[in-house]
Design a protein around this ligand. Structure first.
Ligand code: COA
Ligand code: AMP
Length: 640
């Protein structure tokens, strides 16, 4: 007999209206919606059209109104500043209402965009919620991105206001955000009139002109304002993510569908109810931070733990476990990379000695494929269910997961379990036929996507359709390849495009190539993701120099690393690059990146029949070997 999870899944597909109508009851609506799902403008589906609500009200006000103002909303734990404190829902309400009041006083209105470029401090959550309160659309940019990436996002989102901080704190030291913001605003063609800067004690930023306002001064006399009722379909935020070109994609999320998905997933997937403590050890700059540091746990009335630190080195590999015990964390979410980092520092799990993890129900892993070794290590050391689950910035919440709050099922290593209710996941071949069980293909989701998924790309409906909906009629292309086994478990194995995943961070190799080609000496470049024991994948670049260029290998290496760091940011983790005489290409000039990747990873491959010059594969292999990849003896080339 099918389990509860499968029955729920069946109902969610066969009777979407009833399933999501029931789920919508967990959200407080100011005005009831007319239809659960409006398909009249497909493929631009609308969830809960006609309904009015406010995401900030659902995350903050309603808990205070229900008498839970004293409950802790945010536990801020910052080993890098040796600081920690708790914020109640009542305090959160006053911080958010005041910041929203300030924003309104400078003319920020419903629909205006606000860019948030901040570290992991509670003010970042206040900023997001204050935008939501007045219907301004926030766009958070991860702090590890460089000025140029910030400028690209500012040009696309065209914000009226930027909220930022003087600095972030990394184990390597203070990262000054304000100079990066100034550089970005100088580069951007879009003019921003207001910047509010949170000055932190670790670095006091200079406020340059009338454009810059000190955060504390801004909010000091600001009025406290109420939530604005918003249409369910009004955008809550735009979050940029890497696409296959250098231009990031602005994923648009609505208010109503998102709130319903957050409430449903907190309960059924993460097993979190009001009053529980949830910790997602990610960053607000990523989708995990949006959904499961800020909106999900707060909408559920839970306590969210906001952590400004790393899995190791702040101060050691036992930090995660001690914090879980100290703060009574029930569900914990991190990336496989973090577990690998802990395992590398503390293979025997000594950091767990004397730590009472009885509060912990389960650990969730996502952001990248979870290799079975990492899963087994975590299972053995923690003695808790370790749940791999799969999703994307675009989906906003898990597509495949073990429903720990509804119907936990057997864990199979290497699989994020079965599709979650709402998602009809299929695996198709190149011509759109479903492949048999255990055979690989393109992983797709049948339209309509459930509530909470992207509704379009910011100001770019056609890119939305081209990127995701055009390959297979009636399906959303996830960009991942994988298979489904005979028990309906999904396995996500790789990307089908030029996106790489570095320590759970999604980056575009196309963007790396653009940047490398900015160097005066470089004629062309190819960047691939190669396997890395800690970060899963890291970028590796091969460049061909212009004729007659005279530069030492050492100098070129130094300059290219500095260039990528300056243009993309430290998050790129770019340390592998080398010059080669020629790149492998097809006769029509397409660089054979997939073949290069296979050589680097010592996987079997066939020499493409269309290759222009087979000798280039030896050139690449020799360069890769020097960088510690592609053991030259490992694989025989086979001709196709
Ligand atoms: N602001 C500024 N700089 C940042 C930053 C931020 N918010 N986040 C990262 N950086 C910098 C780091 O300081 C580092 O700079 P460096 O080259 O000067 O040392 C660089 O970006 C790379 O950072 P990171 O990817 O964190 O690698 P690391 O080598 O410092 O640490 C791990 C390795 C495994 C500990 C780390 O990658 C990690 O915690 N991973 C977990 C991943 C995760 O949570 N992903 C979220 C998706 S769910
Ligand atoms: P992002 O949009 O940054 O969340 O990255 C999404 C991509 O990360 C997915 O399309 C996958 O390629 C990868 N990914 C995320 N979670 C998993 C997982 N659990 N297993 C395999 N790949 C994953």
């Amino acid at each position: 007999m099918a389990g509860l999870g499968m029955k729920m899944h069946q109902q969610s597909i066969q009777d979407k209206q009833t399933f999501w109508q029931q789920a919508s009851q967990a959200v407080t609506w100011f005005t009831r919606f007319n239809t659960v799902l409006d398909e009249s403008n497909a493929p631009f589906y609308q969830w809960f059209a006609g309904g009015k609500m406010n995401s900030c009200f659902n995350a903050v006000d309603r808990h205070v109104e229900a008498g839970h103002g004293d409950r802790i909303a945010i536990e801020y734990v910052s080993p890098v500043t040796q600081n920690h404190y708790s914020i109640t829902y009542q305090e959160l309400l006053s911080q958010v209402s005041r910041l929203a009041g300030y924003m309104e006083s400078i003319g920020i209105k419903k629909g205006d965009r606000v860019v948030i470029y901040m570290p992991m401090v509670p003010e970042t959550a206040y900023a997001m919620l204050a935008c939501a309160r007045i219907g301004a659309i926030h766009s958070v940019v991860f702090g590890g991105f460089a000025a140029n990436e910030l400028a690209t996002r500012i040009n696309d989102a065209k914000p009226k206001l930027v909220l930022s901080a003087s600095c972030g704190i990394e184990p390597s030291g203070v990262v000054k955000y304000k100079p990066l913001l100034d550089e970005a605003l100088e580069q951007a063609t879009h003019q921003v009139n207001h910047c509010v800067i949170l000055n932190r004690p670790q670095y006091q930023a200079e406020l340059l002109s009338e454009r810059d306002v000190d955060w504390q001064q801004a909010v000091a006399d600001a009025p406290l304002i109420d939530c604005v009722p918003l249409e369910s379909t009004h955008p809550l935020y735009v979050l940029y993510t890497s696409g296959t070109t250098g231009q990031p994609k602005g994923v648009v999320r609505d208010n109503g569908g998102h709130a319903v998905a957050m409430m449903w997933s907190m309960k059924h997937i993460y097993n979190i109810d009001a009053g529980d403590v949830f910790w997602a050890a990610s960053d607000v700059g990523w989708v995990v931070g949006h959904s499961y540091i800020v909106y999900g746990p707060l909408m559920a009335g839970a306590t969210t733990l906001m952590y400004e630190g790393k899995p190791v080195g702040t101060p050691d590999a036992g930090a995660f476990w001690r914090i879980i015990a100290q703060y009574n964390v029930k569900s914990f979410f991190t990336a496989p990379t973090a577990i690998r980092a802990i395992k590398r520092e503390d293979p025997n799990g000594d950091g767990l000695d004397g730590v009472d993890l009885s509060c912990l129900g389960q650990v969730f892993l996502a952001g990248e494929r979870c290799d079975p070794d990492t899963l087994y290590w975590a299972q053995e050391k923690l003695n808790k269910p370790v749940i791999d689950h799969w999703w994307q910035t675009e989906t906003g919440w898990p597509v495949a997961a073990n429903l720990m709050g509804a119907d936990p099922i057997e864990v199979k290593a290497g699989s994020p379990a079965r599709p979650v209710p709402g998602y009809q996941v299929e695996v198709l071949d190149a011509i759109g036929e479903q492949v048999p069980a255990n055979e690989s293909g393109n992983v797709v989701i049948k339209l309509p996507l459930p509530p909470g998924n992207l509704t379009t790309l910011w100001n770019n409906d056609s890119r939305y359709v081209d990127s995701y909906l055009s390959m297979y009629d009636g399906y959303y292309l996830t960009g991942d390849a994988g298979y489904i086994d005979e028990d309906g478990y999904l396995y996500i194995m790789s990307r089908i495009d030029d996106i790489i995943n570095v320590a759970g961070h999604r980056l575009s190799t196309g963007r790396f190539e653009e940047v490398l080609c900015q160097h005066d000496a470089v004629a062309e470049a190819a960047v691939i993701g190669v396997q890395d024991k800690l970060k899963g994948q890291v970028p590796l670049g091969l460049v061909v120099l212009k004729n007659g260029v005279d530069i030492s290998d050492e100098q070129l290496y130094k300059e290219l690393l500095a260039l990528v760091r300056h243009e993309i940011g430290p998050v790129a983790s770019f340390r592998l690059v080398s010059a080669v005489q020629k790149l492998p290409k097809t006769r029509s000039g397409k660089i054979l990146r997939a073949t290069m990747r296979k050589i680097a990873d010592n996987s079997a491959f066939t020499v493409p029949a269309t290759i222009e010059d087979p000798m280039t594969l030896d050139i690449v292999r020799s360069a890769l070997t020097k960088m510690g990849y592609a053991d030259a003896l490992a694989k025989e080339l086979t001709a196709s």
